[in-house]
Design a protein around this ligand. Structure first.
Ligand code: ATP
Ligand code: MG
Ligand code: MG
Ligand code: MG
Length: 563
């Protein structure tokens, strides 16, 4: 590939609405362009990276025995009514009508469509187990699309669905998929962790998420120091032991608020809090408090309430909350902004909360709200840590917190969908049985952004080789002036190609400075400079994107280095 015939369009400016490094760099490198909120064009450069991720995912899914197919993205209402999700899925489901006024949705996930396919295709235990997957566009009408392709509305997902005669066989495939995921994320060169997860709107029994570790991640993860226990904080909290209120009236606020500074609150919560401090301050100024709530429900929620004076809370209306969320793009609560979506506006916050981190002039207030017990400040602090971290870990270890970006999610669905949709197969005895299902998602497009969060420096993106648009950039100095330089570069390109090395030739005729800056910005792992001076000496200048000095290598040494 010659860059003069490609479309590379890098920019120096960072757009104002881009907050995350990955979003900024994807725009500056010219990998994506925004069409509308949460809708992005993948440019030729961006698409090369996306396709590389896709290829690794596809190879490992194939290796794991899954079989690829493709389901429609537009799906009829009737299908989604069969499982009740037409009504239950919520605002993320984009509903559309055709010219006959028939209703459809744009697939945010595809359990219904695959189960419909399965009930037409599969009739005997002999056809099971089977695991179907697709790598296809999904649409979710996210309440706050943000961070570029990280939380887009239209995005690329690998979704797989498996069918089994027995629960044991489902459990076996679930482990098989986890192993495939570990291979995928390892091959992509990402630092990741698998954690216990909540099943969310997909439902089902066992579920685990795969997270790319990054301070900018929206999810808080808890790790135990004593074992392999790791969980998404929302799950850890749900499983936390501790008193549950018999009735909201039994609770009362007992502790006089303790004055805290922003830094105190940040230190107390023990997680990177610049955003949180900002957002708490923001809500404080607006008369809002951010409450960490441990309610009597299985899922913990962040609640926002309007504060009309110290210790007096009234629930904010959903409209008020959303208005403020919408007007403050920096908002990220300590347990993740997405929880704000789960705000239940009609319940009394003070009656639900264990602790409230509030804001009031001149500093922050920490109020311990417990089930009728008096709490010294130290206990409030310890308990806040626990609320943020879950519980101590059941193994007695200490909880460490990290932030993560969810890039994969595996579920044992059980018979939720097959049962609801009347899907049966005949077992060995000729008896109709309802197959058990598993489902396994990977955010293919999100991985691109997540990888940049982990791999960048001041000069730009630093791709792990398997994701790089090209492994090698051959930079030609003065290609117009010195035709023999261009010829040498072309022959090197062909030689690398024959050796299976994906290289690009920068023959745009840029001066070395801007040319090298572009190659660094777009993150090409290896740079080779071909110049008249080098050719005279019989050498090529080699430099690794990850650092180190430039070296003059002869052709054999160079090929050895790049192999
Ligand atoms: P999140 O918690 O980030 O909203 P999710 O739990 O709703 O994700 P799943 O239903 O588990 O997502 O979908 C499988 C994968 O699809 C996720 O692990 C994630 O990597 C990816 N994904 C989900 N929503 C988006 C989005 N809006 N933009 C990009 N990728 C997404
Ligand atoms: Mg979601
Ligand atoms: Mg999730
Ligand atoms: Mg998920």
């Amino acid at each position: 590939m010659r860059l003069s015939r490609f479309h590379l369009h890098t920019t120096k400016e960072t757009p104002a609405d881009a907050e995350l490094v990955s979003h900024k760099l994807m725009l500056r490198a010219g990998m994506i362009r925004k069409l509308a909120a949460g809708l992005y064009t993948w440019t030729p450069l961006g698409l090369r990276v996306l396709r590389k991720v896709e290829a690794v995912v596809r190879e490992e899914m194939d290796r794991a025995g899954a079989v690829e197919l493709q389901l429609p993205t537009i799906q009829p209402r009737e299908l989604w009514e069969e499982t009740g999700r037409w009504g239950k899925f919520g605002g993320q489901l984009l509903k559309i009508k055709d010219r006959k006024e028939a209703e459809y949705c744009f697939s945010p996930t595809a359990e219904e469509a695959i189960t419909d396919f399965a009930r037409q295709e599969l009739s005997s235990y002999k056809q099971l187990p089977v695991n179907f997957y697709q790598i296809h566009t999904k649409f979710r009408d996210e309440i706050r699309p943000r961070f570029g392709v990280m939380r887009a509305r239209e995005f690329l997902m690998k979704d797989a669905y498996s069918f089994h005669v027995s629960d044991e066989d489902l459990a076996r495939e679930y482990e098989n998929m986890k192993a495939a995921y570990i291979r995928i994320f390892t091959r992509l060169g990402l630092e990741f962790r698998a954690v216990q997860a909540d099943s969310g709107a997909i439902g089902g029994d066992a579920s685990q998420e795969f997270h790319v570790l990054a301070d900018s991640g929206e999810d808080a993860l808890a790790f135990s120091t004593a074992s392999d226990y790791a969980a998404n904080v929302e799950t850890a909290q749900a499983a936390a032991p501790g008193p549950r209120p018999a009735a909201a009236e039994e609770m009362r606020k007992v502790e006089t608020p303790v004055q805290k500074t922003c830094e105190d609150v940040a230190a107390l919560l023990g997680i990177p809090l610049q955003r949180t401090v900002k957002s708490v301050a923001f809500f404080g100024e607006q008369g809002f408090v951010l409450a960490l709530v441990r309610g009597d429900h299985s899922v913990n929620e962040i609640k926002l309430a309007k504060v009309d004076g110290v210790g007096e809370y009234r629930p904010a209306t959903e409209a008020e909350i959303l208005e403020h969320l919408g007007s403050e793009p920096g908002f990220l609560g300590p347990v993740g902004a997405k929880k704000a979506i789960r705000v239940v506006a009609d319940r009394e916050v003070a009656a639900m909360a264990d602790f409230v981190v509030g804001a009031n002039e001149p500093g922050f207030h920490l109020a311990g709200v417990n089930w009728g017990r008096d709490l010294p400040e130290a206990d409030v602090v310890a308990d806040i840590r626990n609320v943020v971290a879950g519980d101590r870990a059941a193994d007695g270890g200490e909880i460490r917190l990290a932030r993560g970006i969810e890039v994969g999610h595996v579920f044992q669905l059980g018979r939720k969908y097959s049962q609801a949709m009347g899907f049966t197969v005949l077992d060995e005895n000729g008896k109709a049985v309802v197959p058990a299902m598993g489902c396994y998602g990977i955010g293919v497009s999100r991985i691109v952004a997540a990888a940049i969060e982990q791999n960048h420096d001041e000069a730009g993106i630093v791709w792990p080789v398997p994701m790089a648009p090209w492994a090698v950039a051959i930079c030609v100095i003065n290609p117009k002036k010195d035709p023999q330089v261009d010829e040498a570069a072309e022959s090197l390109l062909q030689e690398l190609k024959a050796a299976g090395i994906d290289a690009v030739l920068d023959d745009r005729g840029l001066r070395p400075g801007p040319m090298f800056a572009d190659m660094e910005l777009i993150g090409i792992p290896h740079r080779v400079v071909v110049s008249a001076r080098g050719l005279e000496a019989g050498t090529y200048e080699y430099r690794a994107r990850r650092g180190g000095e430039a070296e003059a290598l002869d052709r054999a040494q160079l090929l050895q280095r790049l192999a």
